[in-house]
Design a protein around this ligand. Structure first.
Ligand SMILES: Nc1ncnc2c1ncn2[C@@H]1O[C@H](COP(=O)(O)OP(=O)(O)OP(=O)(O)O)[C@@H](O)[C@H]1O
Length: 323
């Protein structure tokens, strides 16, 4: 579908609905002092996707999100959110940018009631219903009356996401939602993101963790120092990289010979293992040929390229997970 962009802040109704939940063209932010945080960014986030916005710390993710939410003015470029300018899209967008401040001595439900009350567009009479729905959506109904300070890290973050879901949202934007969480909390948030997406909400989620994006997202964009390095479905991002077959064996030289005879490319004998490009070869046939040649096969694995391999291949650099 063709994506239509509006000038940032263009009036409501100036463009027909876009096929994409978020579109940016040449979106740029240069902070005072000359630093470019986001450099000519062209993003296309399909509706219904869980879109991972991936990059090391400082690569421009938060600045991009703040521009999309109308919190920071772009220096140049255009963007649209749900086919609208940020101001007009905002009621349909839930966002978690900096963790909301909750009162430790109030319950989860009471905290959300306070949040809801701060929204001047929300109807007062239906506040309880909205809070109950949001709590249910994040799986906190049973803990609604429990004090916030007694919530686990995962529950606290789920409550923060509930605050972003007070009201019908077509798009949920989450900036590093698993930052600072323990493994259990990380799993809870990951599962919740998938559930929210399954209900039809587009989720745009930033992270500096490659594995997390791979596990949670259907699509990803990779950022590096303010520039977009690549974007697409997780499968298409990885498809440019070749899969390898790795044979673990004490007979390294013999195994390498067999793989070469079979016509596999880039055969590399190593310490107790040989790798080669899999190409169009069937792993079970490779195994049969090795065994037929008397090679003692201890293990045979097909190693698919990870997003990290893609990142390294595109930038020539490792991905510093700690930023
Ligand atoms: N208000 C500001 N004034 C000046 N420079 C800023 C400002 N906000 C961000 N930057 C700089 O812009 C660059 C991008 O920062 P940004 O926070 O967008 O990156 P990020 O990928 O979200 O990283 P992190 O996860 O650490 O927040 C960084 O070099 C940062 O120091």
């Amino acid at each position: 579908m063709t994506a239509i962009t509006l000038e940032a802040g263009a009036p409501f109704g100036a463009a027909p609905p876009s096929g994409d939940a978020i579109v940016t063209h040449g979106l740029t932010k240069r902070f005072r002092g000359g630093q470019i945080a986001v450099d000519a960014l062209d993003l296309a986030v399909p509706r219904g996707s869980v879109f991972g916005f991936l990059g090391p710390n400082g690569s421009g993710k938060t600045t991009t999100i703040r521009m999309l939410l109308g919190l920071v003015a772009p220096t140049a470029g255009t963007y649209s959110v749900l086919g609208l300018s940020a101001a007009h899209a905002l009621p349909l967008v839930g966002a978690l940018v900096e963790g909301p401040a909750f009162y430790p001595y109030l319950s989860g439900a009471a905290n959300l009631m306070r949040f809801d009350a701060a929204d001047p567009t929300a109807e007062r009479a239906t506040a309880k219903r909205r809070v109950a729905d949001a709590l249910e959506r994040v799986g906190l109904s049973a803990a609604a009356g429990k004090r916030y300070r007694n919530y686990s890290l995962g529950m606290r973050q789920r409550l923060a996401i509930a605050a972003a879901l007070l009201g019908p949202r077509e798009l949920l934007i989450l900036d590093e939602p698993t930052n600072g969480l323990d493994p259990q909390g990380t799993r809870e948030v990951r599962t919740l993101v998938k559930e929210i997406a399954a209900d039809g909400t587009t989720v745009f989620v930033s992270s500096h963790l490659l594995a997390e994006i791979e596990q949670m997202c259907t699509h990803a964009a990779i950022m590096r120092t303010g520039r977009l390095v690549a974007q697409g479905t997780i499968a298409s991002l990885s498809s440019g990289r070749v899969a390898l077959v790795k044979v673990e064996t004490p007979d390294v030289a013999d195994a390498a010979r067999t793989l070469g005879t079979l016509g596999l490319a880039d055969v590399r004998p190593g310490n107790g293992a040989v790798t080669a490009e899999l190409g169009g070869h069937a792993p079970e046939k490779i195994n049969a040929a090795l065994v037929g040649d008397g090679v003692a096969v201890r293990g045979l694995a097909v190693v698919r390229p990870s997003l990290e391999d893609v990142f390294v291949g595109l930038t020539g650099e490792g991905f510093d997970v700690d930023g």
